[in-house]
Design a protein around this ligand. Structure first.
Ligand code: AR6
Length: 183
């Protein structure tokens, strides 16, 4: 199942799938600050991608982010055994069912900074999961509208990307995402 809209010259695709199978320049990981792996998307990326990704994350912790990657920031590693070339690791906010301006800004930054990083590397395609909509329990409708804001702002700021794919893991999440994103 798939839907798409074109904004300027960038194709925004919304689909159901497993992000680890996406054949794009970069997939985004909904990581945590430790960068040492976890469950959900993060667990799938590290287990399918292999140990190289974790080794690069460890180096980043030893060098530029000894305290961990702050919420809303993004870093890039290679993708090990995955079909994509890179993994962009970002950290969304922990909502635990709550929502406010600060959480919204942090989540916006996670989406926007991931896109900016891809642009900085001159990448053409990126796949993004439902950041903070799983273990971090942000309201799913709010996540979708925040993703939309970030994507539209990014595309308006001269996107180098030809394709941005949102990859949802279930039909239910796909429907929620489409409904809020297209509003
Ligand atoms: N492909 C696409 N989407 C997926 C996949 C997959 N392979 N696996 C899960 N999802 P989550 P968060 C969906 O919990 O809320 C981790 O432990 C999932 O159904 O992965 O940002 C990290 O280490 C949900 O809709 O990310 C952190 O500690 C969405 O991806 C924490 O969870 C995000 O769920 C981050 O929590």
């Amino acid at each position: 199942m798939e839907d798409q809209i074109v904004i300027n010259n960038t194709k925004v695709i919304i689909k159901i799938g497993d992000i680890t199978e996406e054949n794009v320049d970069a997939i985004v990981n909904a990581a945590n600050s430790s960068l040492m792996g976890g469950g959900g998307v993060d667990g799938a990326i590290h287990s399918k991608g292999g140990k190289h990704i974790l080794e690069e994350c460890k180096k980043l912790r030893e060098t530029i982010y000894p305290e961990g990657l702050p919420t809303g920031k993004a870093i890039i590693t290679t993708a090990g055994n995955l079909p994509s070339k890179y993994v962009i690791h970002t950290v969304g906010p922990i909502c635990n069912g709550n929502w406010n301006k600060n959480l919204e800004k942090q989540l916006y930054n996670a989406f926007y900074n991931s896109l900016e990083l891809a642009k900085g590397k001159n990448l053409k395609s990126i796949a993004i999961p439902f950041i903070s909509a799983g273990a971090y329990r942000c309201p799913k409708e709010k996540v979708a509208t925040t993703a939309k804001k970030a994507v539209i702002d990014f595309i308006k700021s001269e996107s180098s990307l030809d394709e941005i794919r949102f990859v949802l893991f279930s039909k239910e999440d796909f429907n929620i995402f489409i409904k809020s994103f297209k509003r």
